[in-house]
Design a protein around this ligand. Structure first.
Ligand code: 5AD
Ligand code: FES
Length: 439
């Protein structure tokens, strides 16, 4: 077990790295609106020349010059399918230097065109850190005895929910460790019912794997959405870091949720030790093939009280890769809600990682609405931001952040752009690929 000083040490991102379909419609559109229109080549050493016809004039970067050759527009077959999505994503992940700036601008442009300038606020309430799992990366894993365990009661959660309405948060995200029990799951159903009866909030649950009947009960109680990250698309890597759980089981949960008409969110950690660029590309493609309504990704950060505590993020030598991944994710998933996740702020400060994420593809912010007294007990990773704040302060902070970025708070419930709130296609953008790519 590390000493307290070691436990408080920030993640060492200076260490060397640890290791080395069928697609929705509109891929080519997004490509053409984005980076595909300006293929890149080095001209005259460090000077680049740009083909600007697909760029917003105001966004033209002085230093980026573009020409054609490095990247291919995806091939679109007669029935609207594309057959080189994997190469496309891999190419995006290989961008470096000024090409990355162009990639970020493309992601920002696609985000604006498809999702608008509104930033939906989904207040997260970390209502319990009790967990029966022992994931190798997570600070609240069951075998970390240094954690003081807590569970908020329903009245306390309801009081927060009622405040959130005044904070312009239209969704409550209820997150906890994975602690399945018949009694606890019934209590959660009652809680969902109360929130739906007493507020106008959308309810997103994020409490881990459950069987169909539990998800179905929560759906009947009014649950709108569910977040469950697959963490990594590599089954062997998944098995290494998740005792007693397989990637197949996790994907099956997502499949059940989708079949119940619940809006589904998933995602992954970027740079899990052992992740290769190929796995990262596969992670992005899995999000695309699952046709997710919401996708959350964020840097892996070593927590000292976990088995991966001394192992650096796979992109420690090139932390910008986290944003490259985010921008590629947006281009590959133009209509998904993508949050600027908290972990970006733990790794990038000044400018803050979450602010940068909102400029590089993200359209959702998840203010921490957990009461202040619980925050230091929900340390999934070190340097988690806002631990000394409270819900009101975080709500105030986001207003200032958005103002600085020239963005507005999103209005309305912020449901899926793809399916409406009960699995009904919300627009013709609903993919031809529905049902493909799932386990
Ligand atoms: N670093 C980064 N993200 C983490 N999570 C858990 N532990 C860590 C960590 N050490 C993420 C997982 C999980 C989400 C709630 O938090 O992706 O799904
Ligand atoms: Fe919590 Fe800014 S979001 S202080």
């Amino acid at each position: 077990m590390p000493t307290h000083a070691e436990a408080c040490r920030p993640p060492d991102l200076d260490q060397p790295p640890a290791g080395g379909g069928h697609a929705p419609q509109g891929f080519a559109d997004v490509w053409n609106a984005g980076i595909g229109g300006f293929l890149l080549e080095l001209a005259g050493g460090s000077i680049y020349r740009a083909r600007m016809d697909n760029l917003d004039h105001r966004q033209r970067p002085d230093s980026v010059n573009l020409s054609r050759d490095a990247l291919q527009v995806p091939h679109v077959t007669a029935d609207g399918r594309e057959d080189n999505a994997a190469e496309w994503v891999a190419a995006l992940l290989r961008t470096s230097g000024p090409a990355r700036k162009a990639l970020y601008m493309s992601a920002d442009r696609v985000r604006r065109e498809r999702m608008g300038d509104g930033v939906f606020l989904r207040g997260i309430v970390e209502f319990s850190n009790i967990c029966g799992r022992d994931c190798h990366y997570c600070g609240i894993r069951s075998s970390n005895r240094d954690v003081r365990r807590y569970r908020m009661d329903a009245d306390e959660i309801l009081a927060v929910a009622k405040n959130m309405v005044g904070w312009k948060q239209t969704t409550i995200v209820l997150q906890s460790g994975e602690a399945a029990s018949p009694e606890g799951d019934r209590r959660l159903g009652d809680l969902i019912r109360r929130i739906k009866a007493e507020t106008d909030l959308s309810v997103t649950m994020s409490v881990g794997n459950r069987p169909r009947d539990v998800y179905s009960h929560w759906r009947d109680c009014g649950m709108d959405r569910y977040l469950l990250r697959f963490e990594t698309s590599d089954p062997a890597l998944f098995a290494q870091i998740h005792p007693a759980c397989t990637l197949g089981e996790r994907l099956e949960c997502l499949h059940i949720l989708r079949s119940l008409g619940v809006q589904v969110g998933s995602g992954f950690m970027i740079g899990v030790p052992g992740e290769t660029p190929e796995v990262l590309a596969a992670n992005i493609l899995l999000c695309r093939n699952l046709d997710l309504d919401m996708i959350g990704i964020g840097p892996f950060i070593p927590h000292p009280c976990t088995p991966l505590g001394k192992t650096a993020n796979a992109y420690a030598a090139d932390p910008e890769m986290h944003f490259v991944a985010l921008a590629a994710l947006r281009l590959a998933n133009p209509d998904a809600h993508i949050p600027a996740t908290t972990a970006f702020d733990a790794v990038f400060t000044n400018p803050s990682g979450r602010d940068l994420a909102l400029q590089r593809g993200a359209n959702v912010f998840m203010p921490n609405s957990t009461p202040g007294q619980y925050r230091k007990d929900y340390m999934l990773y070190p340097d988690k931001p806002c631990v000394d704040e409270n819900g009101a302060l975080c709500a105030f902070c986001i207003v200032g952040r958005l103002e600085m970025l020239g963005r507005q708070i999103g209005t309305g419930p912020g449901h899926s752009r793809k399916r409406g709130d009960r699995g009904v296609p919300a627009s013709p953008i609903a993919p031809a690929a529905a049902g493909s790519g799932r386990p």
